[in-house]
Structure formats: C-alpha cells, structure tokens
Design a protein around this ligand. Structure first.
Ligand code: MF3
Ligand code: CO
Length: 267
C-alpha cells in the first residue's frame, strides 16, 4: 500500500533527511586514511543521538551497527570494522534516522586520496544516475520511468553493472514502504506516482559485472568480480514539475571539498 504524505508530514520528513545529511557532513569533515569504519559508526551514532533522534538501522532485522560502510568491492550493507581506511579507497556511508517518528535514509560515496580515472568515473556516473532518476520522479510518471532512466544512463550509456538484488523504496513512518524502486526496468511500467509520495532512490552501480554475493555475515553485499561499486541515495518527494529533494548534498559536498584527504576532482 502506497502512503502519501501531507505537507506537514513532508516538512517533518525533511528535518529527518537533513539530519542524515548533517551526519554525513560530520563524516566528510573528518574522514581520512587511517580512520576505521567503526570510528565513522560512532561519530554518526553519537551525532544522531545528540540531536534527539534514533539511528534506525541499529537492530533493523538484526543489523548490528548504526551505519553501513561499504568499501571498494562492497556494494552496500558493509559492517563497520577496525580495518584502517587507506588512500585510494572509496567508501559509501549509508545512514538512517528516526526523528519525531519519521525516517530519513540516505547515502554518499567518498573517495580517499588518489584513485584511478576509472574509479572517479564510476563515482561520478553513479551520482549522476541518481539525478537522472530524480528527474523522472514527478506526478503522473511511473516508477519504471525512474528505473529506466538510471539503468539507461549507467548500463547502456556507460557500460556499468546495475545491481538487481537491491532496490530503492518508499519512506515514511517505516524505513521500507511501498513501492519498491528498482534501478533497472522499463519506461511506463510500475505504479503511477502522485504528489507527496516520498521515495528513497538509491542506485548501486558496479564497475564490472552486475552480479553480487552476500558474505558469510549475512549482510555484506560484494561484487562477484571483486571490482569496485558506488552507491548514492537521496530522499525525494514527488511533485508536479520537479521532485523536491529532502536530503541535502550541498553541505556534504562543501565539507568534502574543504577536506584535503578527500578527492572531489570528479565534480
Ligand atoms: N539504505 C539501505 C536501505 O534502505 C540501508 C538499510 S541497512 C539496514 O535498505 F541495516 F537497515 F538494513
Ligand atoms: Co534506503
């Protein structure tokens, strides 16, 4: 069942989404080689709790941490661990919060130091594919229009692998609401969107094969060929002419640009 939100509810959801953006900005401020993903987990969990919100991933279906930190060949749902990050790593940080009963859930891929042009291009195209999807997130379009736009750009135009096993989703009082938002599909397919549907759109794009497998921990999703993957996620509200993006990358990007340990040369 698709749940449409009122304007007042969307204002609250924007607060939740922006709290996630601010949390990811905290990460962007301090991220550097040598830091561990468990340290990132603690920074995020503490920041969210200090802002009277709940880190929503913790204990969600038994998830044992507060954020997902997915490094290099890990596509999504990587467990924070005590391995120091290295120059040349890419790390997606995915964070969810509940603020005043409403969920925010989004993700950003950071590049540490020097990487190959191939990796810069992967991160760039993955972020761009998210905006290609968002362009289609308008009243009277169908979910398949978003899916097609992402797949068309990442797969057909750039030759990357689009992960099939995981999808974006509706967002609201629950972390995962209807409808599912695949990153692959056909134009004109799926549910028609009406105003004030809130979606978490989250392309997971692999440099090589689209195939993935799950680690023995039951969560960590890795590329089958060991090549890197990138992941970006925004929370968006369907509107008539142009989606309203509830999350805010501008503060994350400003912090990323100001941090000499992070590579922003792709944008
Ligand atoms: N952004 C992911 C999702 O929406 C994160 C979920 S991780 C989990 O599915 F731990 F909460 F499952
Ligand atoms: Co999500």
């Amino acid at each position: 069942m698709i749940i449409y939100k009122t304007e007042a509810e969307i204002a609250l959801m924007k607060e939740a989404a922006v709290l996630v953006s601010k949390t990811l900005t905290e990460v962007a401020n301090v991220l550097k080689p040598g830091m561990t993903t468990l340290q990132i987990d603690k920074i995020c969990a503490d920041f969210v709790k200090d802002h009277d919100a709940i880190p929503s991933f913790h204990n969600y279906r038994g998830y044992p941490h507060h954020v997902c930190t997915s490094v290099n060949d890990v596509v999504v749902h990587g467990f924070p661990n005590d391995t120091p990050l290295q120059d040349g790593d890419i790390v997606s940080v995915d964070m969810g919060v509940i603020l005043n009963g409403w969920h925010g859930d989004h993700a950003y891929t950071f590049i540490l130091g020097e990487v190959s042009d191939d990796i810069l291009q992967l991160v760039k195209v993955t972020k761009e594919s998210l905006y290609k999807g968002i362009e289609q997130a308008i009243v009277n379009n169908r979910i398949g229009d978003i899916s097609f736009a992402i797949q068309d750009y990442a797969e057909r135009k750039h030759g990357y692998g689009v992960v099939r096993e995981l999808v974006g989703h509706g967002l609201g009082r629950q972390l995962h609401e209807d409808p599912q938002v695949p990153n692959y599909g056909k134009r004109g397919n799926g549910p028609k969107m009406k105003e004030n549907l809130v979606l978490a759109i989250e392309p997971m794009i692999n440099m090589g094969t689209k195939d993935v497998y799950t680690d023995e921990d039951g969560w960590t999703i890795r590329t089958a060929d060991g090549k890197p993957a990138a992941h970006f996620e925004h929370d968006v509200c369907i509107k008539r002419d142009k989606a309203l993006i509830l999350s805010d990358y501008s503060i994350i990007e400003a912090a990323e640009k100001a941090n000499p340990n992070l590579n922003t040369s792709y944008y």
